[in-house]
Design a protein around this ligand. Structure first.
Ligand code: C5P
Length: 220
């Protein structure tokens, strides 16, 4: 069946999550935060005492395939433990980026991501939603914002959660993460050929949502 999908891809802290959640809410669609799957896999890897390298790739992929994961009311539960905060730290983001560069791990998470495609529709955010996971999506958006804007937003987000952070180290972290995400051999971060480019550096969330909904109208 043709279950509609809207893909929102882009670099770290570009506002994908906020935009995707708001768009899904407006349309009454399901929402997939694909980054959270890589973040949880990174956490499971740490807890198993493994390193994100080729020697442990098969073991980490096995962890990814069997994640005892549930999403309930905006919380991420791993084996019934609420790990929502634990997966949001910068260190967890780096671990996610490292495990996500392992091809076997990406393959292990593919079916799980596709399973979120249910009626009435799905808004999915990540790095390869439009290029790999949902290549037939009716609307693909590639969201960007300049690096200082992104660092500032991430800074505000962390401080509001009581997680200490400095602007300079955040900016360095997100540039390092983007660099790794863009240069990996499988599913690198890049716009799908048929993606609409949206730069939200000087846009409010409302303006971005309006733009996406207008494109969605056009795509019908
Ligand atoms: O989006 P978020 O920052 O939560 O993603 C964490 C990391 O997971 C990213 O830096 C990226 O390496 C990886 N990721 C990915 N493919 C996706 C979503 C996230 O490789 N679709």
């Amino acid at each position: 069946a043709d279950v509609p999908v809207i893909c929102i891809d882009g670099p770290t802290a570009s506002g994908k999550g906020t935009l995707a959640v708001a768009t899904a809410y407006q349309l009454g669609y399901h929402y997939l935060d694909s980054g959270s799957l890589y973040r949880v896999t990174g956490l499971a890897m740490r807890r198993a005492g493994l390193e994100a390298d080729a020697a442990h790739e098969a073991q980490i992929a096995e962890l990814a395939r069997q994640l005892p994961l549930r999403f309930i009311k905006g919380q991420v539960l791993l084996d019934d433990e609420d790990v929502s905060d634990a997966i949001r730290t910068e260190a967890a983001g780096m671990d996610a980026s490292r495990v996500s560069a392992l091809p076997a791990v990406r393959a292990a998470l593919l079916a799980l991501q596709k399973s979120f495609r249910r009626l009435p529709g799905l808004v999915a955010d990540g790095r390869d939603m439009g290029t790999v996971v949902f290549p037939d999506a009716r609307l693909k958006v590639y969201l960007t914002a300049n690096a200082s804007q992104r660092a500032e937003r991430r800074h505000k987000q962390l401080i509001s959660k009581g997680i200490p952070a400095t602007l300079d180290s955040l900016r360095a972290d997100l540039e390092a993460r983007d660099q790794r995400d863009s240069s990996r051999s499988v599913a690198p971060l890049k716009p799908a050929p048929d993606a609409r480019l949206l730069d939200n550096s000087s846009q409010s969330v409302e303006q971005s949502v309006e733009q996406v909904l207008a494109w969605w109208q056009e795509a019908q």
